[in-house]
Design a protein around this ligand. Structure first.
Ligand code: ADP
Length: 487
């Protein structure tokens, strides 16, 4: 299902189609932002400039029309002659057309040069409105020119005598505006191109590092745990690559440990099986084997089978510990647990000619699994006896140590050489293989003990014994505070 999903996302080589890629999304976003900015730059100032020109022109024309209207309002009637006389007196104004009508919109004066005027009556909407008593202005931009109009009534003693209509055609200012507009457009196109180029370069660099990281992730996923992502810089992607590399490093260590464990475990299992095979072959291939020898061989087969059982039990215990999960926790007196383990191991100590002494302080309570604690104590004390020398001794102490309870197992045994002391907790690690095997060891006991202690918030450490003789194993567990002892 997941695989299918992934296939939908990427092609066989793991490439994402461009339109679905981060690069396309980034590029599109940037392009949209740049385009919007350019669009605003291309429209807003021009619209503003156009409005300003419109307003200025309308105001100007209206003012001039008002001046003319005022100048014409001198008698009760407007005639062609009176208008022409007044106009002649007025300063020359720079407008394209001046048109004066009487109250019936009949044209009295017109500077227009258009010959074929169709009528003597001015039918423009502005004139009609002005004759109704309104001051009218209108401006528009059409066909590369500003066209502005203003019309005002000529009022004499409250009576409308006619209207003045001014029209201005301005192509020069429109041209300037047009030039600005086309310049802005060219600049925008250049900026647009540069932005596009930069966006493509930037997104390429960005996606190149993500692609490298993705490639590295795939290689690691396919089992190449030694591969590392190479991303330069210190941005988020570089940090991501760094985190990924660290994660892969840990994965590599875990994977190596797992492989080593599997190979060690199969080796350990193979050895007793090979012994059993050898022993059975010896019996089967030798028809004259006497009953005593056969018994001896069968007894050996039995002890090899015991060994196999022990190894499988230890392996199972480790698997359970590796799986983690919750362990039963209860109020346990570590001194009592240690006492039980010492008691159980007394016969072994006696048989090995080792003196076993216990110094157990009362009320050393911890919150842990009683069986787990027993296993830890048993393993440490058993090892101290197993790896001891004749007439040697083992001292087991349980006492509080700060906010912890310590179980100290000190022996006067063979000791652990400096080069091995750091490795005795490793799985299947044995200082003296032959001795361990001979004593029924699996090389897993200490590893299980330490994992178990850690599961209960404790730990186990090892050092050389008193005056460098033998070893001292110390297991510590968090002490249960007095008020919690009711748990
Ligand atoms: P084993 O089943 O071989 O005893 P352990 O994990 O219990 O495995 O111990 C690992 C190795 O550490 C042993 O093989 C032994 O060489 C060494 N060792 C453990 N305890 C002692 C000790 N008290 N004194 C000397 N060597 C020890």
């Amino acid at each position: 299902m997941e695989e299918e999903k992934e296939h939908k996302r990427a092609d066989k080589k793991g490439r994402v189609p461009f339109w679905r890629s981060v690069r396309a999304r980034y590029a599109l976003t940037y392009i949209l932002v740049v385009a919007s900015i350019l669009l605003v730059l291309n429209t807003y100032p021009l619209v503003m400039a156009e409005n300003m020109v419109f307003n200025a022109k309308q105001e100007n024309l209206k003012r001039q029309a008002l001046v003319m209207g005022a100048a014409l309002a001198v008698s009760e009637n407007l005639s062609t002659e009176s208008v022409e006389q007044t106009m002649a007196l007025l300063e020359k104004v720079q407008v394209t057309r001046i048109l004066v009508t009487d109250r019936n919109a009949r044209i009295l004066y017109d500077t227009s040069t258009i010959e074929d005027r169709r009528s003597d009556v001015a039918l423009m909407g502005e004139v009609v409105k002005a004759l109704d008593g309104y001051d009218v202005t209108r401006a528009e931009y059409r066909q590369g020119a500003f066209r502005s109009r203003a019309a005002v009534p000529v009022v004499y003693r409250g009576e409308i005598l006619g209207s003045v209509y001014l029209y201005e055609y301005d192509a020069d200012q429109a041209e300037i505006l047009h030039t600005i507009q086309s310049n802005l457009r060219s600049i925008s196109i250049i900026i647009g191109f540069i932005a596009l180029l930069l966006v493509l370069l930037f997104t390429k660099a960005l996606t190149a590092s993500t692609a490298r990281l993705l490639g590295a992730i795939r290689r690691v996923r396919e089992g190449e745990y030694s591969h590392r992502a190479e991303v330069r810089g210190s941005d988020e992607i570089a940090q991501l690559a760094d985190e990924f590399n660290q994660l892969t490093g840990r994965l590599q260590v875990t994977e190596e440990a797992r492989r080593r464990f599997v190979s060690d475990a199969s080796h350990e299992l193979k050895t007793p099986l090979a012994c059993i095979r050898l022993l059975t072959d010896s019996i089967l291939q030798n028809p004259d084997v006497d009953i005593e020898t056969a018994r001896e061989f069968v007894a050996d087969i039995g002890s090899e089978a015991d060994r196999l059982t022990r190894i499988s039990e230890h392996l199972l215990a480790l698997t359970r510990l590796d799986a983690g999960g919750t362990r039963k926790q209860e109020y346990v007196e570590l001194n009592q647990v240690a006492e039980r383990a010492v008691h159980m191991l007394e016969p072994l100590a006696e048989a090995s000619d080792v003196t076993l002494r216990a110094y157990l302080e009362p009320a050393c309570a911890v919150l842990a699994g009683a069986d787990d604690l027993y296993q830890v104590a048993f393993n440490l004390i058993e090892n101290a006896i197993k790896y001891n020398v004749p007439a040697g001794s083992v001292d087991v102490t349980v006492c509080p140590r700060g906010d912890q309870i310590a179980l100290i197992v000190l022996d006067t045994g063979v000791g652990i050489p400096d080069e091995d002391i750091g490795r005795v907790f490793d799985r299947f690690y044995r200082v003296d293989k032959a001795r361990s095997r001979e004593r029924g060891g699996t090389g897993l006991g200490l590893s299980i003990a330490r994992d178990t202690a850690r599961l209960h918030g404790g730990d186990i450490t090892v050092e050389h014994g008193k005056n460098g003789v033998g070893s001292r194993f110390t297991a510590v567990f968090p002490a249960l505070p007095k008020e919690d002892e009711s748990v």
